[in-house]
Write a protein that binds this ligand. Structure first.
Ligand code: ZN
Ligand code: ZN
Length: 357
């Protein structure tokens, strides 16, 4: 199959790298030409077909996979970081990631499968999950089958990405912008060079400043999942003292809107011009959702009960076990944010119970 490559001009290409069995379809890996060789932004899912699509794409851009100079990761998820090790083996490229995501990779690699299950079971019990949800997890724990946390074999990065700094890429002006929320170390990368679409007469196709590689932070038609990553020690803290990833995400949206890039090059779907408009839409969506949750919390609810009453893409009864666990963590993310804003308060601790104030 011919590689799906788009030339975005000015030494920037995107390569569609398939994600097997996933409705997202593919990751858009970006290739940036530098004076020291091509650099990839994200790499794609670790799968033989995905690797073939990536290398065919690099070749179609006019480079050899062996010449790749470096890998910049927007975040640690496997559809972005999966093929990094293979790129490093093939070319000797360095791999760079923000420290907060590198810490998640390190923690996940070191965790014993049993430890991971203990943590999930304790969290779900504190969230008010019923026994029929906990039972399969307890049985797996007792049988020593411990489900492996995702990403146990992910490559360790060999460089950090420092927020606010220009990256060491000869011939390019690319600045890292820390955008925590989807993951704690998510970064967008702002190419501060004039958009090539604005040069050469004609009406400018784009207005604004430069181009933004937005990873999963800002996508044209998807609201990214807000991730709950915590050190096991953090899970023991009072809810008000824990992190607020949704608050971080909303602040990160404001941060990229202030950059007002002329074009956004996201890691899924397609490039789009109006970053500020898309940020406004997402902020409005989240405010609406938070208001809806506050209404549900007129009576005290556990995170499990809140997850059950939230609106999902199908009725709760049809949501599979693993997705219910994710739904509960999404409910907790929203609760933490409402508590931080003083709109909701904890009214019980075993299990946690919350109510609007
Ligand atoms: Zn992601
Ligand atoms: Zn992704």
């Amino acid at each position: 199959m011919a590689p799906q490559v788009i030339d975005h001009k000015g030494g920037v290409w995107s390569i569609a790298v398939p994600i097997p069995d996933n409705p997202l379809g593919h990751t858009l890996v970006h290739l940036l030409e530098t004076d020291r060789g091509p650099v990839l932004i994200d790499t794609g899912w670790d799968d033989p077909d995905s690797w073939d699509a990536l290398t065919a794409g690099v070749t179609a851009c006019g480079f050899s996979p062996a010449d790749l100079h470096g890998v910049l990761l927007t975040h640690h998820h496997p559809d972005h970081h999966g093929l990094s090790a293979r790129v490093r083996e093939t070319s000797g490229a360095w791999i760079a990631m923000h420290d907060a995501d590198a810490a998640v990779v390190r923690r996940t690699r070191e965790a014993e499968p049993g430890q991971w299950l203990d943590y999930v079971i304790a969290k779900l019990a504190a969230a008010g999950a019923p026994d029929d949800h906990l039972e399969p997890l307890r049985a797996a724990r007792a049988a020593g089958r411990g489900r492996k946390p995702p990403g146990r074999r992910a490559a360790l990065p060999d460089r950090g990405i420092e927020p606010g700094a220009l990256l060491d890429l000869p011939g390019r002006r690319l600045r890292a912008v820390w955008t925590p929320g989807h993951t704690p170390g998510h970064v967008c990368l702002h190419l501060e060079e004039a958009h090539p679409g604005r040069q050469g007469g004609g009406a400018p196709a784009h207005t604004g400043s430069g181009r933004l590689f937005s990873g999963d932070h800002l996508l044209p038609g998807i609201t990214p999942h807000i991730g709950l990553y915590e050190e096991p020690a953090e899970a023991a803290l009072d809810l008000a003292d824990r992190g607020d990833p949704l608050g971080d995400y909303l602040a990160s949206l404001e941060r990229v809107a202030r950059l007002a890039p002329a074009e956004v090059l996201p890691a899924h779907q397609h490039a789009f011009p109006d970053a500020v408009g898309r940020v406004r839409e997402l902020l409005a969506h989240h405010e609406e959702r938070l208001a809806g949750l506050r209404t549900l919390l007129a009576e005290p609810l556990t995170p499990w009960e809140l997850a059950r009453s939230m609106r999902w893409n199908r009725p709760w009864e049809q949501i599979p076990h693993g997705s219910r666990t994710i739904a509960v963590s999404e409910a907790e993310v929203h609760l933490r944010h409402l508590v931080k804003r003083g709109l909701v308060a904890g009214v019980g601790a075993d299990p946690w119970r919350f109510q609007a104030v």
